[in-house]
Design a protein around this ligand. Structure first.
Ligand code: HEM
Length: 143
């Protein structure tokens, strides 16, 4: 458990970058509420658009790269199709709920930010469960 399958060096390298991108995409969210309370709203907004959203995009790009290099049959790999939906939901929450609340100091915005971060953490747990346990099994090919 918790090892990128030894399908090929390229696959494992892509896996390393995929996990790294996930750490960069989800890590900063733990700091947002504290930074927002101390008035660092511009700093968080810039970190969100310049670091978190691009890293989240890379998580998907590298995930699809893994799927391609591993020659997965995506239509028959339920954990992978579900992870794309989870990723889409994360992107939507990040863009529509978190991003507009960062520079807004109203209490409504604080509530939206807290909700956005809470939902993202739940989605992160679901994504990690799917990645680690791969429910439904896998359809990769080792050549
Ligand atoms: C939504 C956010 C995502 C997070 C947080 C995430 C995180 C991770 C982590 C931590 C691993 C390593 C798991 C292990 O080796 O046991 C992993 C592996 C992997 N992920 Fe993701 N991932 C995400 C989305 C995606 C997406 C959208 C795809 C593409 C459909 C994808 C495809 C893969 C593949 C193919 C592996 C390698 C599995 C293996 O070789 O065992 N991931 N991911």
């Amino acid at each position: 458990m918790f090892a990128i399958l030894p399908i090929s060096n390229t696959y494992q390298f892509l896996g390393l970058l995929h996990v790294l991108a996930a750490i960069v995409a989800f890590g900063p969210l733990f700091l947002y509420p504290r930074l927002q309370r101390s008035g660092e709203t511009e700093a968080i907004a810039s970190m969100h658009t310049k670091l978190v959203l691009p890293a989240l995009t890379l998580v998907w790009v590298l995930g699809m790269g893994l799927a391609g290099v591993g020659e997965y049959d995506m239509a028959n790999t339920a954990w992978m199709t579900t992870s794309i939906l989870v990723w889409l939901a994360t992107m939507a929450v990040s863009w529509f709920l978190i991003r507009p609340s960062l520079t807004d100091t109203s209490s409504a915005a604080k509530g939206k930010l807290a909700a956005g971060i809470g939902v993202t953490h739940i989605l992160l747990i679901v994504a990690l469960y799917l990645m680690v346990f791969q429910p439904g099994g896998s359809t990769f090919k080792i050549s």
